[in-house]
Design a protein around this ligand. Structure first.
Ligand SMILES: Cc1ncc(COP(=O)(O)O)c(C=O)c1O
Length: 402
């Protein structure tokens, strides 16, 4: 697709059957599957059922997914490892750093998902890493405070590109530049943005980034990608090692057995372990191909414009949209309620719980995280979805205020 082509997003929507079956605003939990993903899994399952499985086809699916993902984030395919999920990718990097006495790591615990909190608490206990914790203000990643906390003993900085709640964007490049100056590794949890927003690891000075495939990448659970910049990968020693992480030469299966002259694979491939989640690789290829075909900038523009329409509409009704008027903080996620007024899947605010229940009863799919309602969008959403939610919210307001 060339730059001047107008994208037919209704044709894109038609490839996701689930988009017609509910008002689906739950990509932040898990995205919808394309028909083509189902078909690709079926082909693999048929081969597995009838012939025991077609291994070259399975590996082809993994390598296509790896190189498409690399292209999507402006990396080389040798800079991408295949993992199980975000947690595994983050832990792989943290455990591979050679921590020295006095090293510190900078992070904002308030805004990170628990899966990017416990690996750091663990590193503090295991390796004595000094955690320099900064505090979020109004749900925004405190870039200035993070930069101020970085010094020559900072070995790593971590952040989410978009937080899981309230879903605002982080100014990654500003922190990335400072990390580069201090030779600190910038580790990003990219799962709430990759596939939805355009990602350029080079422009943002990202050193490593972990994602899973079931959210914005519109694939299955149980597979993730770990980007690691070549220069950093060569300095990292994986905590786990198996066949695919070892440079065995030309596809040799057992060449290094017995010898002591083996080497780690160059780049991020040293983090690959054993056999892959081949079904999940088959499933993620069609959406990756579609995103590359449309262009990540066009996907982003579409999703962000829908998010603006939703946030603006809800705000005009007097609902407490986090972050207020739509602006540059907004990604593909619109959050409503008071941050921290509850937990996972429930809010302590009876009005917001009632709004959530009303929307759910009317076939809108969304989630509650940290006590706030989370409407999360992707390229299969359209204006009608937004207007349907605005209409339901208006009905709820009339009932609620009656
Ligand atoms: C920001 C963020 N990180 C991590 C996760 C989950 O991590 P994992 O893929 O390891 O289960 C989620 C959501 O499930 C998330 O929103």
């Amino acid at each position: 697709m060339s730059d001047t082509d107008v994208v037919d997003f209704e044709a894109v929507r038609a490839r996701f059957p689930g988009a017609a079956e509910s008002t689906y605003m739950n990509t932040a939990a898990r995205g919808l599957l394309m028909r083509e993903s189902r078909a690709a899994i079926d082909v693999m399952l048929d081969a597995r059922m009838h012939e025991g499985g077609d291994k070259p086809m399975m590996f082809e699916a993994v390598e296509s997914a790896r190189s498409r993902f690399a292209q999507l984030i402006n990396a080389g395919s040798e800079e991408v490892a295949i993992t199980k999920n975000v947690s595994e990718g983050l832990n792989a990097i943290i455990a591979a750093i050679e921590w020295r006495a006095g090293d510190n790591a900078v992070l904002c615990l308030d805004l990170e998902h628990p899966n990017n909190v416990y690996p750091w608490r663990h590193a503090a206990r295991r390796f004595g890493v000094d955690l320099r914790v900064v505090t979020a203000v109004d749900g925004i990643m405190p870039v200035g405070e993070m930069i101020d906390a970085i010094d020559d003993n900072t070995r790593a900085v971590t952040l989410s590109s978009v937080t899981f709640a309230p879903g605002f964007r982080t100014d990654i490049a500003a922190i990335g530049q400072v990390c580069r100056e201090h030779d600190a590794l910038l580790l990003v949890d990219g799962v709430q943005s990759v596939g939805v927003l355009k990602t350029d690891v080079a422009a943002d000075y990202i050193d490593a980034m972990a994602v899973s495939t079931q959210k914005g990448l519109l694939g299955l659970y149980g597979m993730g990608f770990l980007y690691c910049r070549n220069e950093w990968a060569e300095r990292l020693t994986p905590a786990y090692l198996a066949r695919f992480g070892v440079d065995l030469g030309d596809g040799a299966h057992e060449a290094a057995l017995g010898g002591d002259d083996w080497r780690l694979m160059p780049g991020a491939r040293r983090f690959d372990l054993g056999n892959y989640n081949f079904m999940a690789a088959a499933a993620v290829n069609p959406p990756l191909e579609l995103m590359l075909d449309i262009g990540p900038d066009k996907v982003e523009a579409r999703v962000v414009s829908l998010a603006h329409r939703l946030a603006g509409g809800l705000l005009a009704m007097g609902l407490p949209v986090c972050g207020g008027a739509p602006g540059p903080h907004l990604a593909g996620l619109v959050a409503v309620g008071e941050i921290g007024a509850g937990q996972h899947d429930g809010t302590d605010d009876p009005a917001m719980q009632s709004l959530f229940d009303y929307l759910s009863e009317n076939n809108v799919q969304l989630t509650i995280r940290r006590g706030i309602l989370r409407f999360s969008l992707h390229m299969f959403n359209n204006e009608e979805d937004i207007d349907r939610v605005l209409e339901l919210a208006a009905q709820w307001m009339r009932k609620h205020n009656a």
